[in-house]
Ligand binder design. Structure first.
Ligand code: SF4
Ligand code: SF4
Length: 92
């Protein structure tokens, strides 16, 4: 399991011109503008989990990117699934 960045679309202000995360992501073809929805979008198979996008987005007080766990098969794990798994791990 590893972590990748995910944009919270409701909070992303790309439609107002913000491109901070896209400019700062060091990985090519990883973070880009989804022009259909006008939000930033992470291609999770390219993301290296460096969290730089989270830092710059939070520094601008948008708080629109969070890190999410990816399971071994490459699918995103929801927070619900993640906490359930943690809960199970801590059951007696
Ligand atoms: S830095 Fe944050 S608000 Fe700006 S485009 Fe990226 S995700 Fe959206
Ligand atoms: S975590 Fe790093 S590699 Fe992944 S999208 Fe953000 S800046 Fe790019």
């Amino acid at each position: 399991m590893y972590n990748v960045a995910q944009v919270i679309e409701d909070k992303c202000v790309a439609k107002k011109g913000c491109r901070l995360c896209i400019m700062y992501c060091p990985e090519a073809n990883c973070l880009d503008l989804n022009v259909a929805r006008m939000v930033a979008e992470v291609f999770i198979n390219r993301c290296k989990g460096c969290e730089l996008c989270v830092v710059v987005c939070n520094a601008a007080k948008h708080m629109a990117i969070e890190m999410q766990a990816v399971s071994a098969d490459g699918s995103l794990m929801s927070h619900k699934g993640e906490s359930a798994a943690l809960g199970q791990a801590y059951q007696g």
